[in-house]
Design a protein around this ligand. Structure first.
Ligand code: LLP
Length: 437
């Protein structure tokens, strides 16, 4: 795979060696909006939404919906694009729900996950008329019992099932193992209890079963088996289930060495598993709701950083420091994630030198890309890191009180700021004065 394929669709290098993202010169974007800068290419995001919808429409003979897992990255404008593309939305907090409602996302097309939703968050969801609440544990069920009884409402719920499977991904990205804080273990007593209590519940209507094995998964057999286990459970229930959600989790390539798993291959495999098990158990096909995050948005996002100070340790390492780092992308430090990088102002030149791209934060672990071959770098050069659309900005912090980056939407012929850069003033705005003696 060529490195440009990790960037938004149509990315190219012009005759001057400049990287062109969505028709816009990376250097011009950096000059207009400053660095570090995150850009999202709208046509790439829209195409991924369509690819997901089409793949499921083709692969599955029953009805299907695609819900974007907003934890991968949400912003008001992005939520509006997701809505326009006809997707549903998965939220995991009152904050994500609030943003979605402010963006005008239809509440009935939102479902609400979370292993410890607060009373205020559940109240916001009930007030708004959120489509599905995903019940994660018995304490939440008790809380919902009380809240819905007091309101005299009837609400559609899914049960989150832990399929008890180890996934071949970073331990922090496994969510469906036996030892997991999420959901009801598929063959455990708590699941039988919640299913029993929802049988004839006056206020909570069991609509669906959900499972999510983990994130950054290449092995499609894991996703297929987890979905199959949900159908087995539905069969045990002794009555058809309307909706089945096999979660998200499809991996994306971060480097040119990583395999590429097409969305259609994933849909084919998971859909086949659901159809086969439904036939085996003589169950009607449920509506399937898939929940991709990373594989929907990662490729649309690119980070642009300016090169700053360099440090050469002959025979050991060549450090090149960028003006961002772990506070805007903690994934290398947290999960040992590997990224690729390109010199955006001389993208046509061969990588003559192996360098380590370090961040600017006061942690030795603040390294964005270790051992990458790039042309010689000078202060002021522009480095582009692809595949940063998912799980970078949502995990961003203000470590060292560095303002968080600006975010720009790229469209053919125009660019728009969709989140302004934080200011130093923003950083102290929540501090309260106290009279000191
Ligand atoms: N549905 C549920 C219930 C989830 O827990 C997740 C992700 C998704 C869907 C979306 O999964 P995706 O398609 O994005 O793999 N911060 C980590 C990823 C955490 C994912 C947590 N759950 C990272 O940067 O790798």
């Amino acid at each position: 795979m060529h490195i440009l394929e990790l960037f938004p669709a149509g990315t190219r290098v012009d005759e001057r060696g400049d990287l062109i993202l969505g028709g816009h010169r990376a250097g011009a974007l950096a000059a207009e909006y400053g660095t570090p800068l995150y850009v999202f290419d709208e046509p790439t995001l829209s195409a991924r939404c369509r690819a997901y919808r089409d793949a499921w429409a083709q692969a599955y003979p029953g009805s299907s919906r695609v819900a974007y897992a907003g934890k991968a990255y949400l912003n008001v404008v992005l939520a509006q694009i997701i809505h326009r593309e006809g997707l549903d939305l998965d939220v995991v907090s009152g904050g994500e729900l609030f943003l979605a409602l402010q963006a005008g996302f239809p509440p009935e097309r939102i479902h609400f996950h979370g292993n410890n939703k607060s009373a205020a968050e559940l109240a916001l969801a009930l007030d708004a008329g959120v489509g599905r609440l995903v019940v994660d544990n018995l304490d939440e069920l008790r809380q919902l019992d009380q809240m819905t009884a007091a309101r005299g409402e009837r609400v559609g719920v899914w049960i989150r099932v832990s399929p008890g499977m180890d996934a071949h991904t970073h331990a922090y990205n496994q969510t469906g193992a036996v030892d997991s804080k999420f959901g009801f273990l598929w063959n455990g007593p708590a699941l039988r209890e919640v299913l029993g209590r929802l049988q004839a519940h006056p206020h909570l209507r069991l609509v669906g079963l959900h499972a999510h094995v983990g994130s950054q998964i290449w092995d499609l057999s894991l996703l297929a088996e987890s979905a199959g286990r949900l159908v087995d459970l539905a069969a045990d229930l002794g009555r058809p289930i309307e909706e089945l959600s096999p979660g998200g989790g499809l991996a994306v390539p971060y480097t040119t060495d990583d395999p590429v798993v097409p969305v259609s291959a994933c849909a084919d495999r998971v859909a086949a598993a659901i159809v086969e098990r439904c036939r085996r158990h003589r169950l009607p096909l449920p509506r399937v709701v898939v929940e991709p995050g990373r594989s929907l948005i990662a490729q649309a996002g690119v980070a642009l950083y300016a090169v700053g100070a360099r440090k050469s340790i002959p025979g050991t390492r060549e450090y090149v420091s960028l003006d961002g780092g772990m506070a805007d992308n903690i994934r290398p430090a947290l999960y040992n994630a590997r990224y690729s990088a390109l010199l955006a102002n001389q993208a046509d030149r061969p990588g003559a030198q192996v360098v380590t791209l370090a961040g600017r934060f006061c942690e030795s672990g603040d390294v964005l890309v270790r051992d990458v071959a790039l042309p010689p770098l000078e202060p002021g050069d522009l480095v582009a890191i692809p595949m940063v659309g998912a799980y970078c900005l949502p995990l961003a912090s203000n470590y060292n009180l560095v303002p968080r980056p600006a975010v720009v939407l790229l469209r053919p012929g125009r660019t728009d700021l969709i989140q302004r850069r934080e200011t130093w003033q923003d950083l102290i705005n929540r501090d309260q004065p106290v009279a000191l003696s």
